[in-house]
Design a protein around this ligand. Sequence first.
Ligand code: IMP
Length: 185
Amino acid sequence: MVSSPKPWNREKEPFAELISAAAIATRVAELGAKITEDYKDKEDVVVIGVLKGSVIFLADLARHIALPIKLEFIGISSYGDATVSSGVVQITQDVSTPIEGKHVIVVEDIVDTGHTVGYLLENLKTRRPASIALASLLHKPERQERDVKIDYLGFTIPNKFVVGYGLDVAQQYRNLPYIGYVTGA
Ligand code: IMP
C-alpha cells in the first residue's frame, strides 16, 4: 500500500503558492508529449539536466518522454555575487559521454537573466551535437538580459524569487512539491 506524503505545514512556510503541484504535473505532461512528438523520428537523444535545480523537473519530464532517451547531468556554478548573475560560468561537473552527433535537450529550472544557460548552450554547441534544444520549467522575462530561445517552456512568471520543485533558497526547499515565492512570513 503506497501512502501519500505527509502535507507540509503551510502555516510555517515562508512562501505563498505561485504554481500548484497539480498545475505543474499537467504542464510537464504536455511538454513531455510535445518532445515525444518532435523527437519520434530521431535517434541518439540525450537529455542533459543542469544540476541541481532541474533534477525534479527532469525526473518528471523524462517519464513523459515516450522514447529511448539517455540522461546526463552537467554541473555549473556562477562566479561572484550569487544574487547577481554575471554570465561568468564554470562547469563543475561535465557530461559523461561526448555529445557529438547527438540530439541534445538541455533541461533547466529557470531562465532568469539568461546568462547561465546562454553560456552553457554556447559551450555545448562547440561540441557539435546534431541539434540542441532548451527546456526550462520557468522564465522570468522581466529579468532577462541575454536573449535565449526556450523551445519547451513550462511557465512564464513575474519577477519574484521562487522556490520548490527543484529550486532552492540557500540550498533548501528543493523538495517543496509546488512553486512558491518567498514572502518572508
Ligand atoms: P540566470 O543566469 O540569471 O538565468 O540564472 C540562472 C540560475 O539562477 C538558475 O538556474 C537558478 O539556479 C538561479 N535562480 C534564478 N532565479 C531564481 C529564483 O527565483 N529562485 C531560485 N533560483 C533562481
